[in-house]
Design a protein around this ligand. Structure first.
Ligand code: MEV
Length: 423
């Protein structure tokens, strides 16, 4: 009989029932069900309350970025990622930055944007003025929605109103600028946007459709900079190579996408480790990279008077340390404890520094020996382990495969057979 994926009320069933269902559906073995049920540092019951239709969890490795010195303070950075080499590369770049004091970071403030889309206003320009004229009233209506946020020193701060030409005619777009303090702030700003919508309709005689935050958080920018000592990074030739790599990314969207992906390797791994929303940060980063109208690189490099390399990175960083998974996920809470930071502003700055470190490491490798040698070593260890190698055989087989330039499952199996027989 054909299977049906139509299951009503699946979300209401207990996890065990869902597991039985998927076991039968996919023909899972008992051990596979047990693996699914093992949700690692996140209790199954907590997972079940975080999202819908839960049947398990997927644990990714958490590594510690070491050597980081940021604004004069040493710290360890938890990074969660499936890709080999990322944590090692960031740590290596952080070490190189130490020669000249480490990273300096700053943050523009935790101001989030919520958008209210108004269509069919009889006179869009007049509507814009009518909304602007009620700025103070708008702010007070918004702030009534979240007394806790206001008490914590945050709240709606200002508004911006634009008339937008679109394929559906003119729209009047209101931005609520909200200081969300230590929260990512999605709930706070979305509630405010929904609360203000009926008023905007009444004042303008138009119709509101969307009321939602913008991930292009241009009032919530994290900035990182570091001087990479010329000798510490490998000399004049390396500086020149990185400057050329940077110019390439600045000029070419094809290269910029990959350049920025490398930055996001560092950024997203810390965002994930702390239970923040990786998609929000990625959407914001890429939109910011295209703010001139042409997609470009997020970082910039220049040479200082002493011939050292100065790197800077600026990107929107809407992260929180209260609420959401940052609060509910026990591992995210431990990650925040390891970081020993007291505010979302501090977290945003750390993340920007890790992004810059990651970028420097990638460009340095790419501009010199290429990344494959470093990558292959780690990849080879994974291949060896997947082929069944354990203990010291993992390294022996990996080293041999790299030497032979044959990093493949079949070769790993052959070597495993060979070495096991010799043992
Ligand atoms: C790989 O995950 C990231 C890199 O491609 C970044 C870059 O090319 O700059 C190495």
């Amino acid at each position: 009989m054909e299977k049906s994926s139509e299951v009503s009320g699946f979300y209401k069933r207990p996890v065990e029932e869902r597991l039985s269902f998927v076991k039968e559906w996919a023909g899972l073995a008992d051990e596979e069900v047990a693996t699914l049920r093992n949700t690692g540092g996140l209790p199954l019951g907590t997972a079940d309350r975080m999202i819908e239709n839960v049947v398990g969890g997927l644990t990714l490795p958490m590594g510690l970025g070491v050597n980081f010195r940021i604004n004069g303070r040493d710290l360890l950075v938890p990074m969660v990622i499936e890709e080999p080499s990322v944590v090692a590369a960031a740590s290596n770049a952080a070490k190189m930055a130490r020669a000249r004091g480490g990273f300096t970071a700053s943050f523009s403030g935790p101001v989030m944007i919520a958008q209210v889309q108004l269509v069919e206003a009889p006179d869009p320009e007049a509507a814009r003025k009518a909304i602007l004229a009620r700025r103070d009233e708008i702010l007070s209506i918004c702030n009534r929605q979240d007394p806790m946020l206001v008490q914590a020193g945050g709240g709606a701060r200002d508004i911006e109103v634009r008339v937008l030409e679109t394929s559906m005619g003119k729209m009047v777009v209101t931005h609520l600028l909200v200081d969300t303090r230590d929260a990512m702030g999605a709930n706070a700003v979305n509630t405010m946007a929904e609360a203000i919508a009926p008023y905007i309709e009444e004042w303008t005689k138009g119709r509101v459709y969307l009321r939602i935050l913008s991930n292009l958080a241009v009032h919530r920018l994290a900035r990182a900079t570091a001087v990479f000592d010329r000798e510490a990074i490998g000399g004049e030739g390396v500086v020149e190579g990185i400057l050329n790599a940077s110019a390439f990314a600045e000029a070419d969207p094809f290269r910029a996408a990959t350049h920025n992906k490398g930055i996001m390797n560092g950024v997203s791994s810390v965002v994930l480790a702390t239970g923040n929303d990786t998609r929000a940060i990625e959407a914001g980063a890429h939109a910011y990279a295209a703010r001139s109208g042409r997609y470009s690189s997020l970082s910039r490099y220049e040479r200082d008077a002493g011939g050292n390399l100065v790197g800077t990175l600026e990107l929107p960083m809407a992260v929180g340390i209260v609420g959401g998974a940052t609060k509910t996920h026990p591992v995210a809470r431990i990650a925040l404890k390891i970081l020993d930071i007291k505010s979302a502003a501090e977290l945003a700055q750390v993340i920007a520094c890790v992004g810059l470190a990651q970028n420097l490491a990638a460009l340095r490798a790419l501009a010199t020996e290429g990344i494959q040698r470093g990558h292959m070593g780690l990849h080879a260890r994974n291949v060896a382990a997947s082929a069944g190698a354990t203990g010291e055989l993992v390294d022996r087989i990996a080293d041999q495969m790299v030497k032979e330039k044959k990093v493949r499952a079949d070769r790993a199996k052959e070597l495993l057979g060979e070495y096991s027989r010799k043992k």
